[in-house]
Ligand binder design. Sequence first.
Ligand SMILES: [Zn+2]
Length: 112
Amino acid sequence: MTTTVSALDVYSAYPHSDLIDIVPPVRGMSAKQFLKTIDQGLFGDTLFLFILREVADMDGEREEVVRALCRARDDLTAVIEASKDQPFICPRCGSPLDGQGHCIAAVCSYEG
Ligand SMILES: [Zn+2]
């Protein structure tokens, strides 16, 4: 395994990359070189573009790429987890909700 991540490595690993409307990178092409072949302003798959830009920013340096993408994954996970959270306050009576999103007030029947 080489010490750099190429554009083809990213393209090959990215799920459903064959559905992206681009000419695939050739073997040995860096992310920086590949980005020059893409109209980034019109490019539809922004996650793929983000990954390519991260790899290009790190000059494909494998360890740095892995570190940067893990950081991005952790940031994404934090946003996903925060998005899953139930509201903490009952919208009907203002009492706290339990872990299932049910109101804890005995007189309120709100169930999330
Ligand atoms: Zn309530």
